[in-house]
Design a protein around this ligand. Structure first.
Ligand SMILES: Nc1ncnc2c1ncn2[C@@H]1O[C@H](COP(=O)(O)OP(=O)(O)OP(=O)(O)O)[C@@H](O)[C@H]1O
Ligand SMILES: [Mg+2]
Length: 476
């Protein structure tokens, strides 16, 4: 059902930092010898080929990290060889060696994908520097690809777990959006429903995966700081601005910016944001020129933006700009069929994280999970399970370690004051079973889960208490 990640990048062949292999393609045998010597002294392995044809064959066979390619070759020219090299998978980083004054060749080489060029005759030290730079660029790229791959593995479409119809629809939508790369997306939903997760899935499965994903929580930063984070500033823009600073819009160029909690952004900044969204250009604070950027903006909020618009806290034009594509994350209580799956998933996850071996989840626990309304959604389920897995000893989840939050209304409330318990029971749900459960739980808590004392307090035998506890899922 879920598509495999389509663009996991390959990096095995870039993994050549240690003793990187360099191939020299040049018909001047004496020069080759000199370069071989100098570069071997630097710790590289070096091979030479004296024709374009040989050079290509060696490149295919040995996958060098770097090729030093002469333009003038006996059988062909360097640009042709370069073209063939760039069709290799992966293709080696190439430095073109050009004759003196042949700048057009150099330009064509760069256009065709050469990393750099060097004019002959050159000083060997200059070549060493270019080589070193090229190899560290390869190394950097290798790290980037490895990191991107890790994130891609982590944020595949199936990291959004669920078999409910609503989740399947969301996954379908995410797949479509990842393929088509729309520039603005709004994700809404209650807290903990997976908005952040959905944003990461979109980024890491789309064409921008290799470019940065920059996340910014608009609620967590004061307005003025938020502005300089977003737009950056020129040196001298304000007293503290000693050096120029790039903002997130600039840093995320080519990639995605994830504006979390957009509903909490102040009105002043909203006005500035709308320009970026409409024109994809912005100005640094204190700057005089517009900077054009290619960014995807994903915004998320757990507020009802329309309501904020009606209260004049959120700009209507910005709302419409953002709301072109809206992904609505469903609350967990509306897709209870996903609870067992998520429960098992998180138990397995925290087993391995915390080196636990919980293999059994009592029926009663499962039932209480199904009955619970999960106001904190998946985050709450995840935290609940993390806690229970950490605290439970042995092989099963101990119901004692579950602390599900009280439902605020239409649930039985229990308060204690001056040695009394006060029960508040909703008229439309005065179920005896629930009242009984409430009292038993409270009594257990009061007696530190000592069954004998609890039974005494409730005026029943220990067997009766145990029977009730079992029914409630508090015993197996
Ligand atoms: N369908 C899902 N499957 C697996 N894990 C999920 C799912 N949805 C959410 N999670 C996990 O639940 C936690 C909360 O999700 P997330 O942070 O994306 O929620 P959110 O909607 O952004 O919440 P908030 O509004 O509070 O920022 C994360 O650890 C996330 O990985
Ligand atoms: Mg979030």
């Amino acid at each position: 059902m879920n598509k495999p990640h389509k663009n996991i990048l390959k990096w095995d062949n870039y993994n050549q930092k240690v003793n990187a292999l360099i191939l020299i393609v040049d018909d001047e045998k004496f020069l080759c010898k000199q370069l071989e010597k100098a570069l071997s002294q630097e710790g590289y392995s070096v091979l030479s080929a004296f024709t374009g044809k040989d050079g290509l064959e060696v490149a295919k066979r040995e996958s060098p990290a770097l090729v030093l390619l002469d333009y003038k070759l006996p059988d062909t020219n360097g640009l042709e060889v370069l073209q063939s090299l760039t069709s290799l998978e992966p293709y080696p980083t190439t430095i073109m060696m050009t004759g003196y004054g042949s700048i057009e060749v150099a330009v064509s080489a760069i256009k065709l994908g050469a990393y750099d060029f060097i004019e002959k005759p050159f000083h060997i030290d200059k070549l060493k520097v270019i080589t070193r730079n090229a190899l560290s660029a390869i190394e950097l790229r290798r790290h980037l690809i490895a990191a991107t791959n890790r994130e891609q593995e982590k944020y595949g479409f199936n990291s959004l777990m669920g078999k409910s119809k609503s989740i399947k629809e969301i996954i379908y939508l995410l797949q479509k959006l990842a393929d088509t790369d729309p520039k603005t997306i709004l994700i809404t939903g209650e807290s903990g429903t997976g908005k952040g997760l959905a944003a990461r899935i979109l980024h890491y499965n789309g064409v921008r995966a290799e470019k940065p994903l920059i996340e910014l929580n608009c609620a967590a930063i004061p307005e003025t700081l938020l502005e300089s984070e977003l737009f950056g500033y020129e040196a001298g823009a304000f007293t503290d601005a000693k050096k120029m600073k790039k903002g997130i819009f600039e840093l995320a160029h080519g990639g995605t910016i994830f504006l979390d909690e957009i509903g909490d952004m102040g009105l002043g900044l909203q006005a500035k944001l709308i320009k970026v969204i409409e024109e994809r250009t912005f100005r640094k604070i204190g700057g005089t020129r517009d900077i054009k950027v290619d960014i995807r903006v994903i915004a998320a909020t757990n507020h009802d933006l329309r309501e904020l618009v009606s209260k004049n806290i959120f700009r209507e034009d910005l709302y419409h700009r953002l709301n072109v594509i809206n992904i609505k994350m469903p609350p967990l209580k509306e897709r209870k069929e996903d609870v067992p799956l998520l429960t098992d998933y998180f138990v397995t996850y925290f087993n391995s994280e915390a080196h636990r071996d919980i293999t059994y989840i009592p029926e009663g626990v499962r039932e209480s999970f199904l009955n619970y309304h999960w106001p904190g959604n998946i985050r709450e389920l995840r935290n609940t399970i993390e806690r229970a897995v950490l605290l439970s000893e042995g092989k099963q989840i101990n119901p004692r370690h579950l602390q599900l939050e009280e439902k605020s209304k239409d649930e039985i409330k229990l308060e204690k004051s001056e040695g009394r318990m006060i029960l508040e029971i909703p008229l439309d749900d005065a179920s005896l079973t629930k009242i009984e459960e409430k009292i038993i739980r409270e009594a257990l808590d009061l007696n530190d889960w000592n069954q004998k004392k609890t039974a005494e307090m409730l005026g029943v035998t220990r067997e009766v208490l145990r029977y009730r506890m079992k029914k409630m899922g508090l015993l197996d």
